[in-house]
Design a protein around this ligand. Sequence first.
Ligand SMILES: [Zn+2]
Length: 214
Amino acid sequence: MFLELVDSLRCVRPHEDSWLIARADELVARHIVQGELGCPICEARYEVRDGVADFSVGAPRASAPSPGARDSEALALRAAALLGLTEPGGLVVLAGEWSACVDALLDLAEGVQLLALDPAPTLRSGGALSLALVPDVLPLAAASARGIALDATHATPSLLAGAARALAPGGRLIAPAAARVPESLQELARDDEQWVAAAPRSSVSAPVPIALRR
Ligand SMILES: [Zn+2]
């Protein structure tokens, strides 16, 4: 788990928003290899083992299958095109089967940080790749990701809603065709396999409560 990415991670329990506090017992090239992420609100603790942050709270999904090299390139091309990864930078989240294309995607997309959720067991965190196991809640801060790709196992109503929240303005979400497009997103395109939808590029900020001083 890349140290700088911890800022974008959130507790998976329902309560007010807060950063997680990272403890690194073993740190290699700014990646937490062994350690813990702690929630200052509810005191939940999420272990980091072998570079993988475990948010699954004892109920992990089956890990994604390891793909062949050709599948991986085709998948990376599809992810880069649908997510519009033409400009460098930002966080891209790949869930389940999409994690198969991380290496090929890092070749295509310049300077992005990748977070693979419930990844293929052969993946190792390091460089621009971080890994996490997740329950049916996305452990991401609002507006933290430029792109998210959910496979069929991860296209649950809860994870779709979490993904819609986690997208930065203009950010894009890919999900299986059978999944429902979250209301806050605008569908851009679809085929038999997937749709891609974008978060609004709103220039209007959310209403801010005004405290009156007397
Ligand atoms: Zn918490």
